[in-house]
Design a protein around this ligand. Structure first.
Ligand SMILES: [Zn+2]
Ligand SMILES: [Zn+2]
Length: 298
């Protein structure tokens, strides 16, 4: 069967700035360090907290809370859906939740996840009237709408479903980017227009698995972006086995893993999603990534 997908894959633009001022050797370096710390403090005061970091998430965090906001027209899939292949009904957001729980399995640290399942537990925000989003736009949105800061025992992440497209230069729309995790922040954006543009050209296929595919694509994107936010691959969490696809950034070399970066378009994501629809399974992180997060000790 021929499938034509409008666009596809994925995902991320990661922006890394690592600044590690260590062991200053003279006053000049100390002065720079003081300036750096001052800048950090100012940033913290306007949105993120000292606890929005890998160390907290993999040591003292007990609750992982995900807050979801959405613009009208960019509403997330919610409630339950029936997998047309297996016939099983489950909560859409359990796909995301199952993956979060899997990341923290087998650790001495016990994590409770708090993920909204229904729109009534998410927040509709006013129209942002934007056709393009830069990472700083996403950060500003996150700072505005996250209602609670992270603490030593609670990681609070904000996912925003928005209209419009990601833009790396502030003007050109990147219509192939479904989601972005802004590195160094607990903020993720999902570009709903990209998801709703996905459809099968075969009307029978579209009628049977079209919606379920879009649901899985949306959830898979959330899982992928949260993977980055939580330190994958080699993005803060140390690798146990070398599996970073370095030519594609912070991604996984395992093609069966949701952190694999495939940009050859269409067929890769379609078949990836299809395997989950066929099996009914939900866990998209695979061996090497799970090995990393389950054994990481900051
Ligand atoms: Zn990615
Ligand atoms: Zn992986």
């Amino acid at each position: 069967m021929r499938r034509v997908f409008v666009f596809i894959l994925l995902f991320v633009l990661m922006f890394h700035f690592t600044c590690k001022p260590s062991k200053p050797k003279n006053d000049w370096i100390k002065a720079l360090l003081a300036l750096y710390l001052l800048k950090t403090a100012v940033q913290d005061a306007s949105g993120t907290s000292d606890y929005d970091n890998i160390k907290t998430w993999y040591s003292t965090m007990e609750t992982l809370e995900v807050q979801v906001v959405y613009e009208s027209g960019a509403t997330p899939y919610d409630a339950t859906f029936t997998n047309p292949v297996t016939g099983n009904t489950k909560y859409v957001w359990n796909i995301f939740d199952d993956n979060l729980q899997e990341l923290f399995k087998n650790r001495s640290q016990s994590i409770t996840t708090s993920v909204p399942k229904e729109l009534s537990s998410m927040t509709e925000i006013s129209s942002q009237s934007k056709s393009t989003w830069t990472t700083s736009d996403i950060t500003n949105l996150g700072k505005t709408y996250r209602t609670e800061k992270s603490t030593s025992t609670k990681g609070v992440f904000l996912v925003a479903f928005v209209n419009g497209y990601y833009s790396s230069d502030g003007s050109t729309q990147d219509t192939s980017v479904i989601g972005v995790s802004v590195s160094g922040t607990p903020y993720i954006a999902i570009f709903k227009d990209v998801i709703t543009s996905i459809s099968y050209s075969n009307p029978i296929e579209e009628a049977t698995v079209g919606e379920a595919t879009r649901i899985y694509v949306e959830q898979a994107t959330l899982v992928h972006e949260m993977g980055h936010a939580l330190g994958l691959v080699n993005n803060g969490v140390t690798m146990v086995t070398s599996h970073q696809d370095t030519s594609n950034g912070k991604h996984c070399s395992n093609t069966a893993c949701v952190m694999y970066y495939a940009n050859s378009g269409t067929s890769a994501l379609v078949s990836y999603i299809k395997s989950f629809l066929d099996s009914g399974s939900t866990v998209m992180f695979k061996t090497y990534c799970l090995e990393d997060t389950q054994s990481y000790q900051p």
